[in-house]
Design a protein around this ligand. Sequence first.
Ligand SMILES: CC(C)(COP(=O)(O)OP(=O)(O)OC[C@H]1O[C@@H](n2cnc3c(N)ncnc32)[C@H](O)[C@@H]1OP(=O)(O)O)[C@@H](O)C(=O)NCCC(=O)NCCS
Length: 163
Amino acid sequence: MSAVALPPLASPAEHFAPMLARDLDDVLRIEDRVYPFPWTRGNFQDALSAGYSSWTLRQGERGVRGDMIAYAVVMIAVDEAHLLNLSVSHDWQRGGYGWRMLEWMAQQSRDHGAHSMLLEVRPSNLPAQQLYERYGFDRIGVRRGYYPAHGGREDAVVMRIAL
Ligand SMILES: CC(C)(COP(=O)(O)OP(=O)(O)OC[C@H]1O[C@@H](n2cnc3c(N)ncnc32)[C@H](O)[C@@H]1OP(=O)(O)O)[C@@H](O)C(=O)NCCC(=O)NCCS
């Protein structure tokens, strides 16, 4: 029997969806892997209860619960958005998803009336700082001892962008 040439597999679609309680097992699996001091299930539940803009990015078409690629949480207060969490699964990093998630959260924030976005990042987190700087965030200050760290506390670099 002769071999049949199959067409190459199309790369599967991805879709954004609001984060729901049923997403939290996947979220926490990623969270625990990518942070030395991860958010807890309670932190995410509080964010969902408070109505913070919380989104996931999954593989597959809308309605298909494929692999979780990324997620993010933004708190919007009047005209300022505060990016509280932005995470890409270790397996999907360096694929442009952090950038796409950031764009999505910026658009959500604009749609809810925010004119600027603020975030904190660890000085030791060079990948995230690179992402934010390339995206157009400016460094506007430092919060002393903001983060827990092994053997003490770590400052936060505060960054801001006009939306
Ligand atoms: C930071 C993070 C969100 C970046 O997501 P990502 O999907 O890997 O990033 P992208 O592929 O979209 O990269 C966009 C740009 O960010 C920068 N960047 C991302 N990862 C980088 C790395 N490891 N080293 C240097 N620059 C990096 C680059 O400028 C990159 O552009 P390039 O690929 O053209 O060079 C991801 O590494 C992550 O989830 N880290 C753990 C959680 C975290 O630290 N979140 C931020 C908390 S403030």
